[in-house]
Design a protein around this ligand. Sequence first.
Ligand code: ADP
Length: 636
Amino acid sequence: MSATAEKETMGFQTEAKQLLKLMIHSLYSNKEIFLRELISNASDAADKLRFEALSNPELLEEDPNLSIQVDADKAAKTLTISDNGIGMSRDEVIQNLGTIARSGTAEYLKNLSGDQKKDSQLIGQFGVGFYSAFIVAERVEVITRRAGLPADEAVHWESTGEADFSIESAERAKRGTTVILHLRDDALEYADDWRTRSVIKKYSDHISLPVMMAKSLSEEERKEKADEAPEYEAINEATALWARNRSDVSDEEYLEFYKHISHDFNAPLSWSHNKVEGKLEYSSLLYIPEKAPFDLWNRDVTRGVKLYVQRTFIMDDAEQFLPMYLRFVKGVLDSNDLSLNVSREILQRDPNVDAMKTALTKRVLDMLSKMAKNEPEKYQTFWKTFGQVIKEGPAEDFTNREKIAKLLRFATTLDNKSEQSHSLEDYVGRMKESQKEIYYVVGESHAMASNSPHLEVFRKKGIEVLLLSDRVDDWLMNQLGEFDGKTFKDVGRGQLDLGELDGEEDKKQQEKLEQEHKGLVERVQGILEGKVEEVRVTSRLTDSPACLVVGEHDLGAQMRRILEQAGQEVPDSKPIFELNPGHPLVQKLDKEADEDRFGDLVEVLFDQAHLAEGAQLDDPTAYIRKLNKLLLELSQ
Ligand code: ADP
């Protein structure tokens, strides 16, 4: 599309407006970060230019020294940030500065409650960005010219950050972008050279590009040089942070660098910086964020590290270097082995990439293990946010299954708390001497799991059981199979065999019960014909009269729901109905001579067992009718 000379006014998307409002509100007490965002953008623009110049060197030749220039002007009440990076065409300006919001933002914002919208941390889920300029500016102008386009195809964009922006053709002598902030009255401090200099230094020391400001002059010098053009000096170190030695980088610089690459408002939980030499040579700097982005579960969003080859930026979101279950990791990878003209397709085929992926995965897992060991509270924060993503790990990454399993955290009957804070290692450490398996129960919710009738005998015997209620848990247990040589056992599935945990007495007792209740079991079976796989008496219950058990090789309720939701055909399977012969209701049932009443009572118990599993009844009205009938008989 060719540029139009006329001035055009366009509206922002609705979600852009909402985000802007949220941003101004959230960052009011943290105004200065707009500088970090604008300098980040300028530095990215230089990176992109260097990258394009690899295949088109002319782009760089015109103005080869890449830098960022910042000018504060007290009299004009402006702060101007210019770069000679890639610049933007008219279409790009409209695309980039008119539609800031990632897809899904509008929907996400719509679903938040009023209180949630007031949470100033919320902005962290979106990433800040160019729009933060409006925290300090009442009006922003952008004059930009895309590298490779002629001088008269520059674009002038302007907005007060409210409903719309204007755009018109302009002239710009060289490629690059100039952002002019017309400062609000409460932000005039940024028109002050000194104030701005210290903030910019903080936000740019880790950037590999020089940030230039006019040399500050004494009163006298200023008078002397009034007619001369100002002299500029670099105010930052201008070396790539990841290329420096670990010992030369301060924590503050690491934190700032994280914010630079991630646009995250929050500090990361942890990071790991490494230089690898040998067969492969690369540097990596990987961060674990504290907060999840709002679209963590959108699998179509590409994520990954920022890839550099010998300091030259190659691409954002190189997803080939980390597995999906570590998709929350942010960072930089700078390789000496890849070619500068590497593409996503080439990355997929390059064996070096696999080797790096293996190494980076190990780094992240080690970083997490260390955090879990040394900073358990921090790890708990991590687990709450990203635990469900880590649970995808054992299926995706077979080699690291054991390592990932150690990172898992569960709720257990030890304290019955819903917080997932117990590791498998801890569980195994607490296992009874004769216990061979790791027991777990699956429920729709934590309350459902911890109140499951299947736990009764375990509570009685003081055996700990994992309480699982995340959607993926049943599936996860199938993937894991075992931990530390001990298999996982769903206590709601198959025959209950506590092995050596049951004494000789218990076993004899069970056999005796089975003998004694043969008749009852047959009668119940007659009533539930076609609805159950089997009826049997059980010792797994102490308080409940009956429960349902899933057949050893049948799908559990949770897996069944997942598969059904995914539109898959799920084979029909019938539950096993177990009766607690010690329960007064079952004893009453055993003595019930009236066939009708016997039938009603069995069906009520059967339906109740479904309810205890969190299942829906096929015919709730019939259940209520039968129950009420029994209640009436009771009161007669
Ligand atoms: P983000 O940087 O997170 O993508 P921003 O809102 O900060 O989001 O910027 C939106 C887009 O505008 C950038 O991705 C980039 O394409 C473009 N952009 C912003 N500033 C510049 C600049 N100085 N030079 C070139 N492009 C820029």
